[in-house]
Design a protein around this ligand. Structure first.
Ligand SMILES: [Zn+2]
Length: 148
């Protein structure tokens, strides 16, 4: 091993999964992260960073199911657009005018339900790869079984 590389202590969940390796060990937070990942509902796990929000277009004079828009009473000409994830029910919203309903770099606000977000500081211990591993652990066998 080159002498200039620091040795990073290995940090693991109790079932052996590695946490993000650069994080200093915080045993209490590691337990909370493990409980969060193990307790995350299948719907939230499947949707994590990949929600299924309905597209914004009117069809037959109606919004698609899961989309609503309200005028902002305090600011003339502004609207709040709401979208509800078809798969897990999480809601997001933003404010716009009729000229920028669609915009580059749109920023959304979210209503996060209890249990969806990892514990504060958890990103030091839970990597995106770990979330994908958990998806594989829970879903892969059934999906492969359904492949015909
Ligand atoms: Zn979702």
């Amino acid at each position: 091993m080159p002498a200039n590389l620091a040795v990073v202590p290995e940090v693991r969940f109790s079932d052996g999964r590695n946490t993000a390796e650069a994080a200093p060990a915080d045993p209490q937070l590691i337990k909370e992260c493990e409980a969060w990942l193990n307790g995350l509902s299948d719907e939230f796990l499947a949707c994590y960073r990949n929600h299924n929000f309905p597209k914004l277009y009117a069809k037959n004079g109606k919004f698609p199911k899961g989309v609503s828009a309200k005028p902002v009473p305090e600011v003339r000409g502004h609207f709040q657009i709401w979208q509800r994830c078809r798969d897990c029910g999480i809601k997001r919203w933003y404010t716009c005018t009729a000229r920028d309903i669609f915009a580059v770099d749109r920023r959304y606000e979210y209503e996060w339900p209890d249990g969806y977000n990892m514990p504060r500081g958890g990103a030091s211990y839970i990597t995106w790869g770990m979330i994908l591993d958990e998806r594989n652990r829970r879903f892969a066998e059934a999906l492969i079984g359904l492949a015909a």
